[in-house]
Ligand binder design. Structure first.
Ligand SMILES: [Zn+2]
Length: 280
């Protein structure tokens, strides 16, 4: 039966479970061990399955696919399965369904239980304060996302999604495969720049001639004119491409003529730099 995901509860539970860690990386294997959950590399025999949790009486066991030869992916998978252990209602939901639950690749399932476990995993591995410290200490955009991914030992994609959620500055992240957009996500700070909306799934990725020196309107039709942007892309191998768009300025006001107000904008940027420093 379809139900609405309760992401707030997943986030709160992840925060509680990551609290004992004061520095990166968070160790989901340690959390499992502390809770007497057995973790094993296994093979589900089913293609596309990344992990599984099994409840039996008072005991729980987690399996992660040994076909995934990627530490970040394995850690995310174990963290996702821990979500099914810790989020209120998940063990009961899984027990009702026979006690075994198989999980697919992250961020792809529309099921409430999967969205909640993905959110739990992202927040467990990338707690708010630790992640913000990383994002504000490094250059904006792809370099910030890479730094978060490296510090937290997670995939670039999960770090990108979490970075957007933390809303450090105006930024868009687009994941595409063969030029078709799979998903896009925007920081709230970018949404305040004007009428900018995420792309629908399977939209064609815009072809921007000079992404390093482009306009926000090259990517988003409804963006206010004249806002200078910076697009970066990185290959995710068989998983496609990640595109990260940031603004050349730290802040823009959509109600002002950007070109004519460049001086004022620089002053605002300075004041924001100071505010950003204060948030570290
Ligand atoms: Zn799952």
């Amino acid at each position: 039966m379809a139900r609405t995901p309760n992401l707030a509860s997943a986030r709160a539970e992840a925060k509680a479970q990551s609290q004992s860690f004061t520095s990166f990386p968070i160790d989901p294997f340690q959390i499992a061990q502390d809770n007497d959950i057995v973790v094993m590399a296994g093979d589900s025999g089913q293609p596309g399955i990344s992990g599984c949790i099994v409840f039996s009486g008072e005991n729980a066991a987690i399996y992660y696919s040994r076909t995934i030869n990627n530490t970040g992916f394995q850690r995310f998978t174990v963290a996702h399965e821990l979500g099914h252990y810790f989020i209120a209602g998940h063990p009961e939901e899984i027990l009702q369904d026979g006690g075994q639950h198989f999980s697919r690749a992250p961020f792809e399932s529309p099921q409430a239980i999967e969205k909640e476990a993905d959110t739990f995993a992202a927040h467990l591995l990338m707690p708010t304060n630790l992640s913000r410290n990383v994002l504000f200490a490094v250059p904006r955009g792809l370099r910030g996302i890479s730094a978060l991914s490296q510090a937290a030992v997670t995939s670039l994609t999960s770090a990108a999604i979490r970075a957007v959620e933390l809303d450090p500055y105006p930024m868009a992240v687009i994941k595409s495969l063969n030029g078709q957009i799979q998903f896009s996500t925007l920081t709230d700070k970018l949404k305040t720049c004007g009428r900018i909306r995420s792309y629908s799934k399977n939209t064609q990725l815009p072809e921007v001639e000079n992404p390093e020196d482009c306009l926000l309107s090259d990517w988003f039709d409804l963006a206010p004119a004249g806002i200078k942007a910076h697009g970066e892309t990185i290959s995710l191998g068989p998983y496609g491409t990640l595109t990260v768009i940031t603004l050349k300025s730290a802040i823009i006001d959509p109600y002002e003529d950007i070109d004519e107000e460049a001086e004022e904008e620089a002053a605002i940027e300075e004041s924001w730099k100071i505010r950003f420093k204060g948030q570290r």
